[in-house]
Design a protein around this ligand. Structure first.
Ligand SMILES: Nc1ncnc2c1ncn2[C@@H]1O[C@H](COP(=O)(O)OP(=O)(O)O)[C@@H](O)[C@H]1O
Ligand SMILES: [Mg+2]
Length: 380
């Protein structure tokens, strides 16, 4: 799927077949025939039903080429809560997009450097990184690395040096726009050198609303908010939306929340179902249909310096991220336009209360009462 054969160099850039090309229609017919040829599975055996659903999803997604956006989409993955799946979402969506024929750049803007670890790029102290770009004003091109496992996936790593950047940035000129200026210069440099256009830039953020995150909001045009399907999922979301509104008013009028992704979803618990329903109720237009399941494979992958997309591409978690990436590319019509005219798909700037799923409305998450087979259950 990630092989170079899928990329056809045309006039110095990578062209990807459009989703309506005759070959694709043929592939689509072949996929439909394959799905229909699968044996019917009795729903009374949940494991078999899940395997059946996963097989269907695999066939539907295999070998697909995603449509290229008409201009580079720059998406900031943000949520000031820690541990909600920002980094996991950044690296896996990036890998899924690159595996589907697109050119992707990840900016690791979190001093923890977890995205750099998962993408298998060098990020020891002293490695040219986003720190030098932000603080020293070094050209981004000097810090860009190719991800070893996924062709078409680039990364600007974060080293431990970035942990001092919040303080160092305070006294610098144009402290909020440094990342944007550096990225613009890098994209221009690629164009001047005749290199392939970057289709997607994904920016990973630290779990705070400091200057690093402000830089990420100023460089981005869109915000993707991962929401963990747990207690207090929406807590803090109003604060995040207010910050985005402030950035929009003063620094980046194009910025808008384009996407919400539900992560660590466990379909067996009522709590996860209720959190998902509540998020969809508040943000119906921008919440992706795909939810990312809680998956051991997803959490194991970074310890091998990999994303789940290469560590276990057939796992339920990898399929979910591939589906989420496809949904993201399907937003094309409305999302490549500037924020103002496509308000329907945008998040409201406040979250109608209650901000959290109250325990009284959500039974103990350990009392697994949903027994129906679901392709989103944890894969081992
Ligand atoms: N879908 C998932 N299933 C299981 N574990 C996950 C999943 N998504 C993230 N994790 C794990 O949860 C932890 C926090 O995720 P991470 O992406 O680092 O969050 P953040 O960047 O928001 O702090 C990590 O250990 C990660 O491996
Ligand atoms: Mg993180």
């Amino acid at each position: 799927m990630s092989d170079d054969a899928s990329r056809t160099p045309v006039a110095g850039r990578l062209e990807v077949r459009s989703s309506t090309a005759p070959d694709d229609r043929h592939d689509e017919a072949r996929r439909t025939a394959l799905v229909e040829s699968l044996p019917v599975v009795d729903e009374s055996t949940p494991l078999a039903a899940q395997l059946h659903l996963d097989a269907q999803r695999r066939i539907r997604l295999s070998g697909r080429r995603f449509a290229r956006p008409t201009e580079t989409r720059i998406i900031t993955i943000a949520n000031q809560k820690g541990g909600v799946g920002k980094t996991t979402t950044t690296v896996n969506l990036a890998a899924a997009l690159a595996q589907s024929g697109l050119n992707v750049l990840v900016l690791d803007n979190d001093p923890q450097g977890n995205a750099s670890t998962a993408l298998g790029v060098e990020h020891r102290s002293g490695t040219p990184s986003i720190y030098e770009v932000l603080v020293d004003g070094s050209p981004m091109v000097d810090a860009v690395q190719q991800c070893p496992d996924v062709p078409g996936l680039l990364c600007v790593p974060a080293t431990i040096d970035l942990s001092g950047a919040e303080i160092e940035l305070v006294s610098l000129v144009a402290r909020e726009t440094r990342l944007r200026n550096a990225l613009n210069a890098y994209l221009q440099h690629r164009a001047d050198a005749g290199e392939a256009r970057i289709d997607y830039v994904l920016v990973d953020c630290p779990p705070s609303l400091g200057l690093l995150t402000v830089n990420a909001f100023v460089v981005g045009r869109e915000v993707l908010i991962p929401i963990q399907c747990e207690y207090y999922a929406l807590e803090g979301l109003s604060q995040l939306l207010k910050t985005i509104q402030l950035i929009q008013a003063h620094l980046n009028p194009e910025l808008h929340v384009s996407t919400i992704l539900l992560t660590m979803f466990d379909a067996r618990t009522n709590l996860a179902q209720q959190v998902a329903a509540e998020v969809r109720e508040h943000f119906p237009a921008i919440t992706l249909k795909t939810t990312v399941p809680r998956s051991v494979r997803i959490s194991e992958a970074p310890s091998y310096g990999q994303t789940v997309m290469t560590y276990d591409p057939g796992s339920t978690g990898a399929l979910a991220y591939l589906e989420a990436a496809r949904e993201l590319t399907d937003q094309l019509g409305s999302e490549t336009s500037t924020g103002a005219e496509s308000t329907e798909r945008h998040a409201p700037t406040s979250v109608p209360g209650p901000y959290a799923v109250a325990p009284s409305r959500a039974p103990d998450r350990h009392s697994a009462t949903t027994t129906e087979p679901d392709c989103q259950q944890e894969d081992q």
